[in-house]
Design a protein around this ligand. Sequence first.
Ligand code: ZN
Length: 416
Amino acid sequence: MKQLGKYSMGIGDRFGHQAKAQLSAIIKAKDLGIDITPVWNKSYREHQIIHSQPSNTRLKADKAVNELNWREDYFVDADHIGIATVDLFVEASDFFTIDVADSIGISPEKVSLDKFVSDNAQFIGELELPGSLLKIVVDENTIKSAGEKYLTAAKHAADIYKLIVKLKGNNDFIVEVSMDETDTPQTPTELFFILSALSSESIPVQTIAPKFSGRFNKGVDYVGDVNIFQKEFEQDLMIINKAIETFDLPKDLKLSVHSGSDKFSIYKPIKEALKKFDTGLHIKTAGTTWLEELIGLASAEDEGLEIAKDIYAEAYNRYDELCGPYKTVIDIDLKFLPSIEEVNSWNGEKFSQSLRHDQANSNYNMHFRQLLHVSYKIAAEMGDRYLSALEKYRVQISKNVEENILERHIKLVFPS
Ligand SMILES: [Zn+2]
């Protein structure tokens, strides 16, 4: 089984042009004493929208690694795959994010549920958490209700895991189980029993992505009560530590935070909790790399700005189509979207300030940013026009991509 390392980061790249800039942020972090394993992740949804192949993600990752002489581990993540989509990723990937969110809440067979309840009856009473005075009260109902909600999902994860092993011919890959793309958060107590179920199914899960409370919208700050999040996140870390000592699970099991980019208001509590409980973390920050490309293009004025404006105009007209697949992870208020005419009158500075996530800047518009976040399909349709602009404005874009990952993410999230 491969090891992911204590800290790791999902650095997706929609168009496969920024792997080097992304890796160079990780290298600079290493020089500062923060060791992070880079994971290039791209989901089936993204590949399908762009018409790209996982083999291309692998190619670009390998190339960046060679060119920058990276000697440490790195991975290519088949992000959010299921039974129907795993095939495509088997060869290129050595990290699989098994998405079972759709199986949550499907009632298991009575016999499986009964077995789950009796297997976990040993936890009835007060569950002590390592490194804390906190105790979680568990009764039979706690276990039964966790089983009703999550047992089918755990069994589904096992089916997918076994299929990957069969197709790959080995188990030499990282396993993540994700449940984040759903409406209801999982409580720390539920997380404990989910891990119990995954262990019973013999899934060597190394990262688990729960849905936390609050909104993790794409590319914008956390929406919710930071104090509630902090309490929940700390409890989740304790639960992870407890599960490692209780169940037959990999010792390097850790939490995975999806849609983790730009969650500035919770980075401090996350960093403090990681230190406090001495636990690892995987954080996925994929989508914002493409926004850094757009910011780079817009600030280059001329042709770059024209492309950025054309993408917005098209995105505005195709709002439903673009936002549909992302409805659980965006919150756009239409009345705050600038009109096409208005945006067409902007200069590069106004466009990039509206898009760049700097809450102190009065031009920043989170609705504009979220719409563009999900509009990479338009850039893909532009084909060469977009890709050759990425080349033309490479220097400026690389600087943005690297700085965004290093200064606005790594340094704020990971303890040094
Ligand atoms: Zn996700």
